[in-house]
Design a protein around this ligand. Structure first.
Ligand code: PLP
Length: 231
């Protein structure tokens, strides 16, 4: 079996096994392939293996790839740091943005979202380990931000996203994901019924099992699908 196909089968098997142990329905888990640094052909191969959601971090690279892969029915997720001067093209070319952490970015995305595409799905990025070097909201800022973003006409606030520090061992990997899950619950208690968050974007190649145990709904997997990145 070619590598990408085999890797996807292996990741899907891990997801199945973890979902079973966690008593979760695997159909509630979206496997997103993180295709940053990969060529369009790799995306096509993954798409023919049943992957329909792809994550990209760098706008220019993503736009070229989206154009190259276009005839395939793929959904594109923006998962990189987002500056104001990039919001228009993101609003026009992606279905999801996982990295909203400033009100100004959210306002621009809402204003620039073409009506014909429907609402843009967004997650608030939370700096769950409170690392000075990382972007994302502090947990205590997330509720206020959620209230604001939930009111924006062309955005649909779906949930929270985090990139915790790398940890080894299932128990310690679960800690930051548990915090994110509890934060989502806390925010949901404050939001109207029509606005409840349904998404936890968490879990990468090394910690999808821990994320599944703690309620992840979108798993962002790069390396274990496409191989090591040379950066
Ligand atoms: C690169 C990246 C991933 C994928 O990480 P892997 O360890 O290669 O699976 C997931 N999420 C974000 C935000 C990334 O930048």
């Amino acid at each position: 079996m070619p590598t990408i196909e085999k890797n996807i089968a292996d990741v899907k098997a891990r997801i199945q096994a973890a979902a079973q142990l966690a008593d979760r329905d695997p159909s509630d888990l979206l496997l997103m392939a993180v295709s940053k640094t990969r060529v369009a052909e790799d995306v096509r191969v993954a798409a023919t293996c049943g992957i329909d959601s792809f994550g990209e971090n760098y706008l220019q690279e993503a736009l070229e790839k989206i154009a190259a892969v276009e005839p395939l029915a793929t959904e594109w997720h923006f998962i990189g740091p987002l500056q104001s001067n990039k919001t228009k093209q993101v609003a026009e070319n992606f279905s999801w943005v996982h990295t909203v952490d400033r009100i100004k970015i959210a306002q621009r995305l809402s204003a620039q979202r073409p009506a014909a595409l429907g609402a843009l799905n967004v997650c608030l990025q939370v700096n769950i380990d409170r690392e000075a070097s990382k972007s994302g909201l502090m947990a205590e800022e997330a509720l206020k931000m959620a209230f604001s973003v939930a009111q924006m006409p062309n955005l649909r606030l779906r949930g929270l996203m985090a990139i915790p520090k790398s940890r080894s061992g299932l128990d310690s990997q679960r800690e930051p994901f548990r915090k994110l899950r509890l934060l989502k619950n806390q925010i949901n208690q404050a939001l109207d019924n029509s606005q409840k968050l349904d998404t936890l974007s968490m879990g990468m190649s090394e910690d999808i099992e821990a994320a599944i145990y703690e309620g992840a709904t979108i798993l962002r997997v790069g390396t274990d699908i496409f191989g090591q990145r040379n950066s």
